[in-house]
Ligand binder design. Structure first.
Ligand code: HEC
Length: 186
């Protein structure tokens, strides 16, 4: 098993072989479908929502480390950035055997998503590295809902993040380069 910077490739490679990556495009398509089927009963995100759920969501985002990748400058600021700047996505790519990935603008991502859609998504999503998709899979339903309510309450902000770039293709943003890892899964 090769382990780089705390990421265990051998462990993460296993589920990737069983489950194809859910591409951003496919995810958006699926979510649109859930919305169209009316599975989500969302309405006003503030309606009937206890404040504790938002507080819990904020707590989960903080201790889940989501800002460390999805909020530009958060680590450099020692975590001292206003919530208005949180989760707006980063145009610094993470580059390795999987290609180059960008921490998605979650403020926009959540704004296009229903709460029930997020619960389904979080339960099933598999992304490319270095996103710990398995963390999302492990959320309890109530914690997934709390996380949604917090990010939804922040509202949409920022610009879309650059799209995924496959291995070997040119990249025109700064990148954080990982040491050679395993080749991308089939
Ligand atoms: C180590 C950096 C890192 C951390 C920490 C991290 N992410 Fe990510 N996240 C990424 C990257 C990079 C992507 C893009 C992955 C891809 O393109 O397949 C991503 C993708 C996602 C997506 C997929 C969006 C889409 O368009 O399908 C969601 C949702 C997400 N992250 C939520 C979170 C949440 C919630 C947390 C905290 C629990 C978190 N992330 C922590 C780096 C990170």
């Amino acid at each position: 098993m090769s382990s780089v910077a705390g990421f265990s490739f051998a462990r993460s490679a296993q589920p990737l072989r069983r489950r194809p990556w859910l591409s951003v495009g496919a995810a958006i398509g699926l979510l649109a479908m859930w919305g169209a089927l009316g599975i989500a009963a969302e309405g006003n995100p503030g309606r009937g929502m206890p404040d504790e759920a938002i507080d819990r969501g904020r707590y989960l985002v903080v201790v889940g480390g989501c800002n460390e990748c999805h909020t530009p400058g958060y680590v450099e600021a020692g975590g001292d950035l206003p919530e208005s700047a949180w989760l707006t996505g980063s145009a610094v790519g993470w580059q390795g055997g999987w290609g180059t990935t960008y921490p998605v603008n979650l403020r926009l991502f959540f704004s296009g998503l229903t709460e029930d859609g997020w619960v389904m998504y979080a339960r099933n999503v598999v992304t490319r590295p270095p996103m710990g998709w398995f963390v999302l899979n492990a959320l309890t339903e109530s914690d997934a809902r709390a996380m949604y309510r917090f990010v939804k309450a922040l509202g949409p902000a920022g610009d879309p993040t650059p799209a995924y770039v496959p291995p070997g293709a040119p990249v025109d943003t700064p990148v954080i380069r990982f040491p050679e890892g395993p080749p991308p899964p089939p």
